[in-house]
Design a protein around this ligand. Structure first.
Ligand code: ZN
Length: 205
């Protein structure tokens, strides 16, 4: 991972953890390919990841936290090796548009969020962020261009230390066969799998 000493060219919107730079429009295309459409939250989220990456010590092995399931997990997955599937990204439903990167051994890191006071100076971003007008009335092009002009001016960064309980690897433990569905599940979940205990997302046929 490259962090310290990277100087942004004025055309770059973000750099990933390997140091590859993307211009604003090029990154919009990558977002569309990955996320389905050029979501403003992902454009800003990428800038948030970029800021956090540059603040982390060079060579640090880090994990990530997204404080919302909207957009930010994708920004982290597009720019770092942390994914929901490899366990290096934790997605938490705190409802805050914020993310953190932290040293996976000592928990020290940085948190980046949209600052509500700073965003007030940017009409389109403010209106989008606080959902002040219906999506249909939003001028998405004006919003994206304003995001590009604002860059990190709407963001705030702070140092954090992650709680030790979150840094313990969550082991699956011994597995058994659920007496109801017959599928394999971690025995620590109880006498039946969680789906059969009532947490199944599916309506019964
Ligand atoms: Zn079951």
């Amino acid at each position: 991972m490259q962090t310290a000493g990277n100087v942004h060219s004025s055309d770059d919107w973000v750099r990933d953890s390997k140091g590859t730079a993307y211009g604003f429009d090029a990154f919009l295309e990558r977002i569309t390919a990955f996320h389905g459409y050029p979501a403003p939250g992902l454009v800003i989220g990428a800038k948030m990841v970029d800021l956090a990456l540059h603040a982390m010590p060079s060579g640090c092995l880090f994990d990530a936290i997204a404080e919302t399931g909207h957009c930010l997990p994708d920004a982290i997955q597009m720019l770092t090796p942390c994914t929901a599937g490899n366990g290096w990204l934790k997605v938490m439903d705190l409802g805050r548009f914020a993310l953190a990167l932290y040293d996976k051994y000592n928990g020290d890191g940085v948190r980046v969020f949209i600052h509500t006071h700073k965003v007030a100076a940017w009409k389109e971003i403010d209106s989008w962020f606080f959902k002040r007008k219906p999506k249909a009335e939003q001028d998405s092009d004006a919003l994206l261009r304003e995001i590009q002009r604002a860059g990190e001016k709407i963001l705030q960064m702070e140092t954090i230390r992650v709680q030790p309980r979150l840094m313990v690897k969550d082991s699956v433990g011994t597995r058994g066969i659920c007496p109801q569905c017959g599928e394999s599940y971690p025995l620590k979940h109880g006498s039946a799998c969680r789906a059969c205990q009532g947490s199944s997302p599916y309506a019964t046929a």
